[in-house]
Design a protein around this ligand. Structure first.
Ligand SMILES: [Zn+2]
Length: 192
């Protein structure tokens, strides 16, 4: 991650169970200081996930997490928001449902950013992290599992640094990783 920026990346991160991974750092409990959104081509290059709608859904959600948006639903139903877990795969691969934010997402953003202090955490000049910056690929660095959806597809992990900065990770698990053991911490399911 690079302070003041959101880094958006896609790569073949391996068959580690996640389709998408959003990481944000929060200082003082309120301000997001940096973020990254990663899309895992190891899965998006396979038949199940290799379609425009599924890619857009996951990408939209991961990037939106770095702005501070949370899910509208995690049960697999479509709220026609990319902040849900509708699966644009199989019979629904051609469906553009849930591939974009909906009005509720935009309303939430307006609320989040209408705060009245003068803090800004935006970098004055955009910059990219180096390709070697893959620290958050190590699940052991994610900290504590603080919530997970009943179907096992959505997990949130939190870790605290010594300076009090909180790092939140939103993990978008594959159908396979989730169904194998919905209640398990998928970090330890071991390969998919
Ligand atoms: Zn998510």
């Amino acid at each position: 991650m690079v302070s003041g920026t959101t880094q958006v990346c896609n790569a073949a991160y391996g068959f580690n169970g996640w389709l998408g991974l959003a990481t944000i750092s929060i200082t003082g409990g309120t301000h997001i200081t940096q973020g990254s959104a990663k899309m895992n081509d190891s899965y998006f290059n396979t038949g199940t996930y290799n379609n425009t709608n599924e890619r857009q859904h996951v990408m939209c959600q991961e990037v939106a997490h770095t702005f501070g948006l949370d899910h509208q639903s995690t049960d697999g139903s479509s709220q026609n928001s990319c902040m849900d877990y509708f699966s644009n795969t199989g019979a629904n691969a051609g469906s553009a449902l849930s591939t974009q934010p909906n009005q509720h997402d935009f309303d939430e953003l307006a609320l989040i950013y209408a705060h009245l202090d003068s803090t800004t955490t935006v970098a004055s000049a955009p910059s990219k992290s180096s390709a070697a910056d893959n620290a958050d690929d190590d699940p052991n660095s994610w900290g504590m599992l603080v919530s997970q959806s009943n179907n096992g597809r959505s997990s949130t992990y939190e870790a605290y640094d010594r300076d009090g900065t909180k790092t939140v990770r939103h993990v978008y698990w594959t159908l396979e990783a989730a169904s194998k053991c919905p209640g398990c911490d998928h970090r330890y399911d071991g390969g998919h």
